[in-house]
Write a protein that binds this ligand. Structure first.
Ligand SMILES: Cc1cc2nc3c(=O)[nH]c(=O)nc-3n(C[C@H](O)[C@H](O)[C@H](O)COP(=O)(O)O)c2cc1C
Length: 177
């Protein structure tokens, strides 16, 4: 298959938020929109935040979380687009500051520099989102062209249920011109 024949490749970056348990919904939606999907998870997210075996079966690829050895081939093709969902307070702030201490943040820093479209669905409690560093991070990343979904607090409502996390909206953001 030549590069022209292949489906566009989407990196889904998964951070360690409780809502990550539903990330298979995003992968299904992306595959239905004809994206080939590879998942990059933060090291903390790999520690029980989602079903890693199910996601590897769904994408047909190993999840990436650590840097490859120099002699190893690149496991994923270059991204045509990137979705960060859910995005944590921690990863958003590190990305904005350029602190690439995880493969996930390093990949985001590089993708932004390459001009790859990036859509982000934060899952950040209001109390954390009020921190001035987070607000500065949003301004900085938006200034780099990064597209953000609506704020999502992740807290249960008065009925005890959480509002649905808007997984599909990440794909809509990518399609926006
Ligand atoms: C059960 C659980 C749920 C969490 N949910 C969130 C969340 O929704 N948003 C968030 O920003 N951090 C959340 N955290 C905290 C992050 O996991 C923590 O800040 C972590 O260092 C983030 O790492 P990462 O950004 O590299 O994925 C949660 C932690 C736990 C234990």
């Amino acid at each position: 298959m030549t590069p022209q024949d292949r489906k566009p490749f989407l990196y889904v970056v998964v951070c360690a938020a409780g809502i990550a348990t539903g990330v298979s919904k995003l992968i299904t939606a992306a595959q239905e929109r004809d994206w080939e999907v590879g998942v990059i998870a933060t090291p903390v997210a790999m520690g029980g935040f989602f079903d890693t075996a199910a996601v590897e079966a769904q994408t047909g690829r190993p999840i990436r979380s650590a840097w490859r050895s120099p002699a190893d081939p690149r496991p994923f093709p270059p991204p045509d687009a990137v979705v960060v969902a859910p995005a944590t307070f921690n990863t958003v702030n590190k990305w904005a500051a350029g602190l690439a201490d995880t493969l996930a943040v390093g990949t985001l820093c590089e993708a932004a520099g390459l001009g790859v479209p990036i859509a982000v669905l934060p899952c950040v409690a209001d109390a954390l989102a009020a921190h001035p560093a987070y607000q500065d991070s949003l301004i900085r990343l938006r200034g780099m062209g990064v597209r953000f979904g609506e704020p999502y607090d992740g807290m249960p409502g008065e009925d005890g249920g959480r509002p649905e996390f808007p997984w599909d909206s990440a794909l809509d953001l990518l399609e926006r011109r």
